[in-house]
Design a protein around this ligand. Sequence first.
Ligand SMILES: Nc1ncnc2c1ncn2[C@@H]1O[C@H](COP(=O)(O)OP(=O)(O)O)[C@@H](O)[C@H]1O
Ligand SMILES: Cc1ncc(COP(=O)(O)O)c(N)n1
Length: 274
Amino acid sequence: MGKLIKVSKALTIAGSDSGGGAGIQADLKTFQELGVYGMSVLTAVTAQNTTGVQGIFPVPIEGLEAQLASIGADLTPDAIKTGMLFSSEYIERTAYMIKKFQWENVVVDPVMIAKGGATLLGEDALQAMKTYMLPLAKIVTPNIPEAEALTGIKIDSSEAREEAARVLYEAGADHVVVKGGHFGNGEYVSDLVFNGIEMVELTEKRIQTKNTHGTGCTFSAALAAELASGKKTENTIVSAKKYIQTAIEHGIDVGSGHGPVNHFAYRRVPHEQY
Ligand SMILES: Nc1ncnc2c1ncn2[C@@H]1O[C@H](COP(=O)(O)OP(=O)(O)O)[C@@H](O)[C@H]1O
Ligand SMILES: Cc1ncc(COP(=O)(O)O)c(N)n1
């Protein structure tokens, strides 16, 4: 009999993107590329492609709970990421199950709106996200509109972004990453990282492309994969940033709208190692 290899396991709790660029598809591809065993719990199925979201079909809440129970009974994840959680009820149930199983290394990507403008999370869910998910988060990864919605702060300057990061930290997240994809359109894109002590900006060249579908999902999945592998939180943020940068830079030609990023690129294209 062959010898079994020990692997780290990562779980995504998110929506399905039929187009394969965002949601659980982006997450599982990223887990695989980063060498961890990927598992998925679906909150909703979206009919989606690179031009937009054509439909949203939630999984019944009992189905969400049953999937989480199946994982909990057999396959303890080394890290988790949450993506589209659909509604306040689904957020509460997810948080309850994470606590019940005492799962750690939770990355919360507070997905609210798809790139084309479709709403992926109800307004009523904002408070639930703050109350139930932020206290569980080792890392929370809002983009600018999400950080604005969660904090009520208009982010029109670096100071305002820092203020928002503080508010999210106070709400219970261990590390806050306010992503900068939607922050200006200069030569560089920077993500602000706050760990309760210092503010650090991670800066990369802004790639001029319309193919940014799934960037947020991919980034948070890379964080979960690296946490599952046992990296220190600060190091996971640096390497996840490299992963997403490489994936955007070496774009692929798929679909006629906002295409996906290249999940293979990090493994195939030479890059600095962390
Ligand atoms: N054009 C770009 N060039 C380089 N990095 C980008 C670009 N757009 C987004 N990113 C990076 O991709 C990640 C996701 O960013 P963002 O677009 O802000 O989030 P979301 O996909 O959740 O809206 C962040 O690390 C951000 O800095
Ligand atoms: C099912 C699903 N989940 C999340 C997103 C957001 O994607 P992005 O990473 O581009 O913000 C999406 N478009 N669809």
